[in-house]
Design a protein around this ligand. Structure first.
Ligand SMILES: *Cc1c(COP(=O)(O)O)cnc(C)c1O
Length: 455
């Protein structure tokens, strides 16, 4: 096994720790031999001379210029995530929303059209509908992302992008990435996957034919809930030129490149170069190197945390299924829930963000959440701490009732992000929440609920 030569790919746990390193660890980046790559908190970088400055501005020398365009601490995280996802390169950004918006704006322009799953993070949905809508870019949402015919039917001559989540938030629909990637290829348009809920430890969309991956690094990649971050990973596999004149900003003459196109100048790295220099570099959602450092601290333990997240979530979903107050548990790891897609895409576990439905509707959800002590009631996920949220009254409050129901957001739906605590303590807490449904105190609706706890 060890005699396959120097190109043998190391395991995930090794790569998450050593992925971006030179042969001597991080020491070569530090004049003092520091083992951990330093936090380069600097706005800009000093040029040796005028020729070097010009070469960097022309792009003939890839040294650093200014942190909005690139920074060694951020680059370390970018290389590590690109490696874990099996991508050609990555771009670190200030948040997951920045990653989605930069990736999208690197592909579409006025008059273009997007086809997206309706089972999307609400911030993504709002960005597509409201922000892109104002720029003359339209979107159609696919209510059932497992319906392949619906994806094909929604594609128009001006469609330039397909977008979906590998595991959807909060309904945990597992996407058939390979099938949708084939539809994208047939139509010569890229498939972008938000892989936040799966992480590259559970699922690598690029290996199934997706072209670009985005993440909120604020979630599982960090795990500690201390910093926001986002990343765009380019597979380097989409043939922008084959798509004819559909992406003129990448295949047509560019003012900054002296009339050459991004594809001519950067080849398979055209999208990466454009998103870094022209989209992120101009809109400016650059991450602090300090936050990059915090994201990197999280990534070093990703596999261990995901294993525990998945084991805890499966135990909790199994337990919830047996509770009389619960009418439905939407966890793909449970027997019989999308078994073919789970076997194919999530052999290591089905993640730890999922939802379940209480028979008593919104009032029961309020009592349940107020009865919890260990789960934090908040809008976040992928944390080592267990979290709970009532989507109808929070993340999805701006949708109409029919839009909510079409996306499976019912009044009694509760979303959990199961952490890595002792599962017996988590189940005891959920049991306390269910007990609260039978307490004599009157129920209160969540948005206006007083902080007082129900014993
Ligand atoms: C949180 C989240 C985002 C947005 O990420 P931020 O870091 O909060 O900007 C995007 N997609 C999914 C699936 C998320 O959970």
């Amino acid at each position: 096994m060890s005699n396959l030569g120097p190109v043998v790919r190391r395991g995930f746990a090794t790569e998450q720790i050593h992925g971006a390193e030179t042969p001597h660890g991080a020491a070569t980046q530090s004049p003092h031999g520091a083992r951990i790559a330093p936090i380069h908190l600097t706005a800009g970088f000093v040029f040796d001379d005028v020729d070097q400055a010009e070469a960097r501005f022309r792009g003939d020398d890839d040294g650093y210029v200014y942190t909005r365009m690139g920074n060694p601490t951020n680059a370390d995280v970018e290389a590590r995530i690109a490696g874990l996802e099996g991508g050609a390169s990555a771009l670190l950004l200030a948040s997951g929303q920045a990653a989605t918006s930069v990736a999208t704006l690197g592909i579409v322009g006025a008059g273009d059209h997007i086809v997206a799953s309706a089972h999307l993070y609400e911030g993504t949905r709002g960005f597509f509908q409201d922000n892109l809508g104002r720029l003359g870019i339209s979107v159609d949402f696919i209510d059932d992302p497992t319906d392949l015919a619906a994806w094909t039917a929604a594609i128009r001559p001006e469609t330039r992008l397909l977008f979906a989540e590998s595991i959807s938030n909060p309904t945990a629909v597992v996407l058939d990435i390979a099938a949708i990637a084939r539809i994208a290829e047939r139509n010569a348009i890229p498939l972008v996957i938000d892989n936040t809920l799966a992480t590259p430890y559970l699922l690598r969309p690029l290996e199934h034919g997706a072209h670009i991956v985005v993440h909120s690094a604020s979630k599982f990649l960090s795990g500690h809930g201390q910093a926001l971050g986002g990343v765009v990973v380019d597979g380097g596999t989409f043939d922008w030129a084959r798509a004819g004149n559909r992406f003129p900003h990448l295949t047509g003459p560019d003012r900054q490149l002296g009339g050459a196109s991004f594809v001519e100048r950067f080849g398979a790295g055209a999208f990466a170069a454009y998103t870094r220099g022209v989209v992120a570099g101009r809109f400016g959602p650059s991450p602090s190197p300090f936050n990059a450092f915090l994201v990197r601290q999280g990534i070093e333990t990703l596999s261990l945390r995901m294993e525990r997240h998945c084991a805890n979530a499966l135990a909790i979903a199994t337990w919830l299924q047996k509770q009389p107050e619960v009418s439905l548990v939407r966890y793909p790891g449970l027997d019989g829930q999308s078994p073919v897609r789970v076997r194919r895409y999530l052999p290591r576990g089905a993640g730890s963000v999922f939802s379940f439905e209480l028979r008593g509707g919104a009032a029961a959800a309020a009592d349940f959440i107020h009865g919890l002590r260990l789960f934090s009631h908040m809008s976040h996920l992928g944390d080592v701490r267990s979290l709970v949220l009532h989507p109808e009254s929070t993340s999805h409050v701006a949708r109409s009732e029919s839009e909510r129901l079409a996306a499976g957001i019912t009044p009694g739906l509760v979303r959990l992000s199961v952490g890595i605590e002792d599962v017996s303590d988590l189940i005891a807490d959920l049991d306390r929440g269910l007990d609260a449904l039978h307490a004599p105190a009157t129920s209160t609706s969540l948005p206006s609920a007083p902080a007082a706890q129900i014993a």
